[in-house]
Design a binder for this molecule. Structure first.
Ligand code: PMP
Length: 372
């Protein structure tokens, strides 16, 4: 089976599995307990994992807050900012191509009296920075824009967006779920970016673990937000709950691997993407149209229309040999809002398939397409 749905989830790296197992068995302690070795070992393992994530992102260890994944991080940050800064303003800016965990959170906030601007995007799913500038008001408290799109791969211009938010003194959050390990990120270069969400299972870590970067302010204190989960005060009081040490160790290892191999990973994904693009062009000629452009995008994601073919039927038909998807796994029951936002007709949306690769693949694996 050729697995080409790595934007939905990835296989756990064997080294990740190996480092996790002891924390399910012998080293099962609670890192919030004290003195005895099970607890201290767990605490140190969490500390090391946090360090690996901070190194991957270019921030400090204490700016990493572990959560269950990006859905939670997106909810925590958007609702947390909305609640904490309500007295400063009730306006939030996002875009039409965000993940449902951002869009549905914003829709929920609309029912609570917030005003949300949903920015339009261009033909590849990128927002226009001038439109962002024009949309920022006195009452704007947060801008939340995806870094790299999960269906098309397109990057927003995060550097420019960060500079705009810094200048306008508005918090910026980005959903970076799909770009971790595929883009070199050094958060010290994005001073206007205050919040970022990430998720372990998108970069060969385990499911059920992710986190948020929350920038420290000039007094060296984490930017304040209202916690989503109140309780025992773990994660600096922002995200209470006993830490899943095995998962944290796993995401830490995945981050370390990503950090050590990032340029190889990017190059491999570019190579695989080019190879698959050429194979598809050769095989299907005028019967396909690519929705994505091939620059300023996450390497290894291809979105392609098979003219006149129903995408659900095609994905099903391919499923014994190729695992692909019609788009995001999180909104697979509805036609893609992302493809609609870039101006595709319903027929074009319903004929689009996403192939997403991982550097676990070999080029030869893709030759399966030749036999279709
Ligand atoms: N944001 C984006 C862009 C995603 O692709 C996903 C996963 N489909 C999520 C958020 C949600 O992540 P998680 O599965 O960790 O909740």
């Amino acid at each position: 089976m050729l697995y080409l749905d790595n934007s939905a989830t990835t296989q756990v790296h064997p080294e990740v599995k190996d480092v996790m197992l002891p924390y399910l068995m012998e080293q099962f302690g609670n890192p919030s307990s004290k003195y005895y070795s099970y607890a201290e070992n767990a605490k140190n393992a969490v500390k090391d994992a946090r360090k690996s994530l901070a190194s991957l992102l270019g921030c400090t260890d204490s700016e990493i807050i572990f959560t269950s994944g990006s859905t939670e991080s997106n909810n925590m940050i958007i609702k947390g900012v909305a609640d904490y800064y309500f007295s400063h303003g009730n306006h939030i800016i996002t875009s039409k191509v965000e993940h449902p965990s951002v869009l549905e959170t914003c829709k929920y906030l609309e029912t609570k009296g917030f005003e949300i601007s949903y920015l339009d995007v261009d033909q590849f799913g990128r927002i226009d920075t001038e439109a962002l500038i024009n949309e920022i008001r006195e009452t704007t408290i947060l801008v939340s824009l995806i870094w790299g799109n999960n269906e098309l791969g397109s990057f927003n211009n995060m550097e420019a967006i960060s500079a705009i938010c810094l200048k306008k003194n508005v918090f910026l959050h980005t959903d970076a779920t799909q770009v971790i390990s595929k883009v070199e990120i050094d958060l010290s270069n994005y001073p206007g970016l205050t919040f970022l969400s990430f998720s372990g299972h998108k970069f060969h870590g385990p499911k059920g673990i992710g986190g948020a970067f929350i920038r420290k302010d000039r007094y060296d204190l984490l930017t304040k937000i209202t916690p989503l989960l109140h309780g025992g005060g773990q994660e600096q009081g922002i995200r209470s709950g006993t830490l899943p040490v095995h998962n944290i160790v796993g995401i830490g290892k995945a981050a370390e691997i990503a950090d050590n191999h990032i340029s190889n990973n990017i190059n491999k994904l570019i190579e695989l993407e080019n190879y698959l693009t050429d194979l598809l062009k050769e095989k299907f000629k005028g019967h396909i149209i690519f929705n994505n452009d091939n620059q300023k995008k996450i390497p290894g994601i291809i979105s392609v229309q098979f003219k006149g073919v129903n995408n659900e039927m095609l994905v099903k038909k391919l499923s014994p040999i190729i695992a692909a998807s019609t788009g995001s796994a999180c909104s697979s029951s509805k036609p893609s809002h992302v493809l609609a936002a870039i101006g595709l007709s319903i027929d074009q949306v319903r004929s689009t398939i996403r192939f997403s690769m991982s550097s676990f693949l070999r080029k030869e694996d893709l030759d399966v397409f030749k036999q279709l």
